[in-house]
Write a protein of this length. Structure first.
Ligand code: B3K
Ligand code: ZN
Length: 898
């Protein structure tokens, strides 16, 4: 990567099929940490679908070229360069053998083949395979692979690769080998190998059609006691995909391997999923309820890729959402089914609320900034920068809309047709949409806009009741508001929006729904309006009383709804809406409105006050025992500071923090008795249970504790938190107690107790890296005070012996937690947070560009902040732009500054 040359832009419009195809790949590895020799024998032929190229151009990076042979004869026409290998005058159909050397120990990028904890691992998506051998490293080149691994038997007793084990045995000089074969054609990004000292939890299961399957979860020996939950999650995933989609595991064995140095969550390599330890290892002492849920979701996600991604893959990287949006949708449905089955709507809603909260906080923000892009992007500089909230989460919402329109059965028909047509192929988002359309006899042409238009759509709603006619008109208007420039360019016309609606009567019950032109009311009291024009009016008839509309039930489309509810109406919806999602939504709207008003006052130094009616609405939820604990917890959690700051005309994190803290304190003091009662009622004594119900009790009880820690006199809360910390038999209770102590200490006191717990936590878990990550993160996200700004704590922790910038989890636990999850401290008026951010982006850029680029994104919304912050953010961005070398980071900061 040159310092000065602008990296090239890759465009979707430039797609051309590959000039050559590769049908088979035989890889041989002599695994030596600093000098691994790779011999790659491929069957290559010209692509009949492409124009004739003069030479074969293979990609390669950080490789030492050794030799080339064509049909067994040394080949002189091979020219290695910085980005690959050119082969002149090759035959039309031939065998190509290439030998090259790479250095896994020196590979700190964690892309390609690398060493972690003395073991070998690979990560090839998106373009890591070219760091292992020269190849046509693009997803539309699909081949079958055989892989032979050779290594020291003492140092690397376990040798794994994709597919089925053919043979293994000993070699001279203390070495041994294993030979693997993957019978399914796959793109190079799904290749994987693992070698090292690992042990496995094993299970044998029968698939739906009665075939035996071997399941393994491979970890370092001391982690074997933390694999049960991942294994159970895998078994549940296999069953679920059979039942819900009729999709069976196609290999005889399925392996999951955990590694502690990993750039993201996990990777769906065929038959050999490689996971960040964070998404595998769990037991009650080390993992929180959220960790348990995340492991289930990620194990499911990677397993589901076996069909959506691996059997049917992407033609090119612009189609990434084809596999990611669809697979996120599948994992969300899996988690909802695991929590509530197909019919427990309240339990399913909990999952839906959590997913929508993430979408709104992260994806909507992405859409509002310089990285805004459509679900199917038009261009990129570095593809790894496009594994985004838009491609994943908005992509999942687009898939969900098909299911909302066609129902589960119609959606299933579409999936069946998709696999029937495209199994074994590399295809596009259009192919998926066409399968859904054809299976349901529907024209989905307009739906293409969901893939090509960036920005968050806004739907404004006007309603009008005609008492004489007993008619209720709902007029919907769609647009994008003031979109970011990056989004505006892509916006061409109205979207098809499935808009779910209900009408609520004075008694709080749903009214029957009958649209004009229909002969009778429908059975369901929720209707999905098909809103396809810029403006459309839907007329409900036989509406006996003026209703209150419940809009966009279950968040039926990824849009912002604008409707002028009064405070009383929101309180009414919060108390009565039959749609649990919208019940939660009403509370969030109420809270957001109050908090934004207060933040605007805080920004001008005006005094703050909160109306009693808002406190009363919260009190009703807190004490309503007909609501599930997990729902109450979600409804009582205020919108995050980041989300609120993003809603202000000018983001002011300090004002948001002041406003939110004011409300938290007010709710804590006003409802102290109720919080204490809830705290007592929802304890979960006895042995830890990882069920959603038990987790719900813990969540509500722990929310009560965090509110109590806000009391003007926190002595009682400090006592409760210390006691909870000491008595905890699980990480959820222990970590929340520690966080409550840290925050109480910053605000009001109890710092001795906080320090004691912090020290205990470290000593107790010194040998558990994932828990030490929490120890760093809790300190990085704690509340600060004028006397003790958190930046000082963070800077000090950077030189803690346990800190290691090269380990992504550790870097995230301290640096990202501070820069992305502690806005009030990160955005300190003196710019100290930004200076720290710049130093860390620059340091990481030299080690691991992918991780550096993620961190670089923390400042992308800089233009939306108050003038002082904006200026110092720009200065920090400019400093980074002038010093970084990777195209990953350069793409991010150059777009931010443009
Ligand atoms: N497909 C991988 C992500 C690869 C990221 C490359 N930078 C994990 C997943 O989405 O399942
Ligand atoms: Zn994925």
């Amino acid at each position: 990567m040159a310092d000065t040359a602008t990296p090239p832009v890759i465009r979707r419009a430039d797609y051309a099929p590959p000039a050559f195809l590769i049908d088979t790949v035989a890889l041989e590895f002599d695994l030596i940490p600093d000098r691994t020799v790779v011999r790659n024998t491929m069957r290559v032929r010209r692509n009949p679908q492409a124009s004739r190229a003069a030479r074969l151009e293979l990609m390669g990076e950080q490789l030492e070229f050794v030799s080339a042979a064509v049909d067994g004869q040394p080949f002189a026409g091979a020219h290695a360069h910085e980005h690959g290998l050119l082969l002149d005058n090759v035959p039309d159909d031939f065998e190509l053998t290439l030998t090259s050397i790479c250095d896994p120990v020196a590979n700190t990028t964690l892309s390609g083949l690398y060493v972690s904890g003395g073991n070998f691992f690979t990560q090839c998506e998106a373009e890591g395979f070219r760091r292992i051998t020269y190849f046509l490293d693009r997803p539309d080149v699909m081949a079958t692979y055989t892989v032979t691994l050779r290594a020291s038997k003492a140092d690397y007793p376990v040798l794994l690769s994709n597919g089925n084990l053919l043979e293994e045995g000993d070699l001279p000089d203390g070495r041994h080998f294993a030979r693997w074969e993957d019978p399914f054609r796959k793109p190079s990004y799904l290749f994987a190998l693992v070698a090292g000292k690992l042990v496995a939890l094993e299970e044998r299961v029968k698939s739906g059609s009665g075939k035996d399957k071997l399941l393994q979860v491979w970890v370092e020996p001391h982690d074997l006691d933390k694999t049960r939950h991942a294994m159970d999650s895998l078994i549940h995933s296999i069953r679920w995909d059979e039942e819900r989609f009729g999709l069976e595991l196609d290999l005889d064995r399925f392996m999951i391997v955990a590694v502690s140095d990993f750039n993201m969550g996990a990777m769906e390599n065929k038959g050999l999923n490689i996971f960040n330890t964070k998404y595998v290892l769990a037991n009650p002492e080390t993992a929180t309820d959220t960790d348990f849920a995340n492991i289930e979701a990620v194990v499911g996600h990677e397993y589901f890729h076996n069909w959506t991604g691996n059997r049917v893959t992407c033609r090119d990287w612009f189609q990434l959402s084809l596999k990611e949006g669809l697979t996120v949708f599948r994992d969300q449905e899996f988690s909802a089914d695991m929590a509530g089955g197909a019919s427990d709507e309240a339990a399913r809603a909990t999952k839906r609320i959590e997913d929508v909260r993430v979408l709104r906080q992260m994806q909507f923000a992405e859409d509002a900034g310089p990285m805004a892009h459509p679900v199917r992007p038009e261009s990129y500089v570095e593809i790894n920068n496009f594994y985004t909230m838009t491609v994943y989460e908005k992509g999942s919402e687009v898939v969900r809309m098909y299911q909302t329109l066609f129902g589960r059965d119609g959606f299933r028909k579409g999936m069946d047709l998709y696999f029937k047509r495209h199994d074994g192929q590399a295809v596009t988002c259009d192919d998926f949409r066409h399968a859904l359309a054809d299976a349901n006899g529907r024209d989905l042409a307009q739906f293409e806009r969901w893939y090509s238009q960036a920005g968050t759509p806004r739907v404004s709603v006007r309603t009008q009741y005609d008492a004489a006619q007993q008619q209720y008109n709902v007029t919907l208007t769609q647009g994008y508001g003031e979109a970011a420039p990056a989004a505006r360019e892509t916006q061409k016309g109205p979207l098809p929006i499935p808009f779910a609606i209900g009408l609520i009567g004075k008694d709080g019950a749903d009214l029957p729904l009958q649209l004009q032109g229909e002969t009778a009311a429908s059975a369901s009291t929720t209707r999905v309006l098909e809103f396809t024009q810029a403006e459309q009016t839907f007329t409900f008839v036989n509406v006996a009383q003026e209703p209150l509309p419940s809009l966009l039930r279950n968040f039926s489309a990824p849009v912002i709804v604008e409707y002028d509810y009064s405070e009383e109406e929101l309180a009414f919806l919060l108390a009565h809406d039959s749609d649990p999602f919208n019940r939660w939504e009403a509370g969030q709207r109420l809270a957001t409105r109050e908090l934004l008003t207060l933040a605007a006052r805080a920004a001008t130094g005006a005094p703050l006050q909160l109306d009693d009616s808002v406190v009363a609405a919260f009190a009703r939820v807190l004490t309503d025992e007909s609501l599930s604990p997990s729902f109450r917890e979600l409804a009582l959690m205020l919108p995050s500071e980041a989300y609120l700051a993003e809603q202000m005309p000018e983001s002011n994190p300090a004002a948001v923090h002041a406003a939110r803290q004011f409300v938290r304190k007010r709710l804590a003091n006003a409802l102290k008795g109720d919080w204490l009662k809830v705290y007592e009622q929802h304890r979960t004594p006895g042995e830890y249970e990882a069920t959603p119900e038990a987790a719900g009790h813990r969540a509500l009880k722990n929310l009560a504790l965090t509110y109590l820690a806000e009391l003007d006199d926190p002595a009682e809360a400090v006592r409760l938190a210390s006691a909870q910390y000491d008595a905890a038999n699980n990480m959820t209770d222990r970590s929340v107690a520690l966080a409550a102590l840290l925050n109480a200490a910053a605000a009001n006191g109890g710092s001795a107790e906080a320090q004691k717990a912090l020290d205990d936590f470290y000593q107790r878990f010194e040998k558990e890296p994932l828990v030490i990550d929490k120890w760093f993160a809790l300190q990085a996200t704690q509340r600060g005070s004028a006397q003790r700004p958190v930046i000082d704590v963070v800077r000090k922790l950077m030189s803690h012996p346990a800190f290691n910038l090269k380990n992504p989890n550790r870097a995230r636990s301290l640096i990202f937690s501070f820069c992305a999850a502690n806005p009030a401290q990160f955005h300190a008026e003196d710019g100290s947070g930004y200076a720290f951010w710049a130093d860390q982006v620059i340091a990481l850029d030299a080690i691991n560009p992918q991780v550096a680029a993620r961190l670089a994104r923390s400042l992308e919304l800089w233009r939306r902040f108050t003038p002082t912050l904006r200026d110092s953010m720009r200065a920090a961005l400019e400093k980074v732009a002038s010093q970084v070398k990777s195209r990953d980071v350069r793409e991010i900061v150059e777009k931010a500054l443009a």
